[in-house]
Design a protein around this ligand. Structure first.
Ligand code: ATP
Length: 343
């Protein structure tokens, strides 16, 4: 659907080139919600603005549905851009136009008939829950409502792709949630491909299917959100995950003395058990440990949800005969849990 190949973007500042995007190869599938996360200055805005050629790449190609936008002439590019909607951190609404007129604006630009404009604007007002505010001006709206207008306007020409440039960064946590839920809903209803950039891992966790981590103008890690959360490879990714995950085993646990009593044949073992998807709802762990005659003590845990996928991670102290402990770990692995022996 979206294919960025060998993408580079330099800015000329006082006749010197500053490389914002070093080299990016990225494929985003049709219908997915794809997140790009990075710190300030990492190149997120530049990258997302290259997707609709608001920034023209210095090198490389930007394919949407097999068409390389960098090869199009002005008229064809303008047409292709109609299939790419965009929303912004500060909404970029026309302050002197009503909510209705803001949404109608792109339809008027494409010279749609009046009746069609009216039908479409009303449909979009309903979709974003702003029917009652049609005649209000942006200054009369809350931040969340302004972003809803931004979303409706971006969807006016039925785009195939929606680009979200830090769309929730100016909003409080509750409003952020409601905007993310609206985006997820629209994605489900229409199958639109959504690309969003953010510096907040919570945003990625809430709505994205896949994520790429950008650092110094390069993608340093990429994968399904659940995989990246549970098995981050790069240090920067681990730091982003730590913003929301509480996945790291606390230092004091690693140094503590085991709590369960022990007899001479028995051993202690500290394990981290991770589970994903439906397996999170099954009592596998307790069943297996009981059957193996292994005692356990929960030392630390997180159970939550990533978009629609439940997941959990528990740190357990296990006590039992060595062979029982080995058997319990092997059985847990064979039943689809991820088990890592910490100590
Ligand atoms: N128009 C521009 N002219 C010159 N340099 C720019 C321009 N836009 C961005 N840059 C530089 O390119 C690099 C990447 O900037 P970019 O805005 O893409 O990063 P970002 O990850 O979106 O950061 P932020 O979250 O702070 O917006 C930075 O070093 C920035 O200073």
């Amino acid at each position: 659907m979206i294919k960025l190949q060998n993408l580079r973007k330099d800015y000329l500042v006082k006749k010197k080139a500053i490389t914002a995007i070093k080299r990016v190869d990225l494929t985003i599938e049709k219908g997915e919600i794809f997140g790009i996360i990075g710190h300030s200055g990492a190149g997120k805005s530049t990258l997302i603005r290259c997707i609709n050629l608001l920034e023209r790449p210095t090198e490389g190609s930007v394919e949407i549905d097999g068409v390389d936008l960098t090869q199009l002439g002005a008229r064809d590019l303008q047409k292709a851009r109609q299939s790419i909607g965009m929303i912004f951190q500060h909404f970029n609404l026309l302050s002197s136009a009503t909510v209705y007129e803001n949404i109608a604006f792109p339809l008027r630009l494409t010279k749609k008939p009046k009746a069609e404009i009216d039908r479409k604007v009303n449909e979009l007002l309903d979709l974003v829950g702003l029917t009652k505010h049609a005649t209000n001006y942006p200054a009369q709206l809350s931040g969340g409502q302004k972003q809803r207008v931004g979303i409706a306007r971006a969807l006016a020409n039925d785009p195939k792709v929606l680009l979200c440039d830090e769309a929730t960064s100016a909003l409080d946590p509750l409003t952020t949630q409601s905007i993310l839920r609206l985006l997820a809903d629209i994605n489900k209803k229409t199958g639109i491909t959504i690309v969003l950039i953010t510096h907040e891992m919570g945003v990625i966790q809430e709505v994205c299917d896949r994520v790429a981590v950008i650092d110094g103008g390069e993608i340093v890690e990429e994968g399904a959100v659940v995989e990246v959360f549970l098995r981050p490879q790069q240090q920067i990714t681990k730091e982003f995950v730590a913003q929301v995950g509480h996945f790291e085993v606390p230092e004091e646990l690693l140094n503590q003395h085991f709590a369960l009593p022990i007899s001479s044949q028995q051993q202690h073992r500290m394990v981290q058990v991770s589970f994903l998807g439906d397996v999170a709802f099954q009592p596998i762990m307790f069943e297996v440990l009981q059957q193996a005659s292994v005692q356990f003590n929960i030392l630390h845990g997180t159970i939550s949800r990533m978009k629609d996928t439940p997941y959990g991670r528990l740190v357990l102290e296990l006590t039992g005969d060595r062979s029982d402990l080995d058997r319990a770990v092997t059985t847990l692995l064979s039943r689809g849990l991820d088990v890592e022996v910490i100590e």
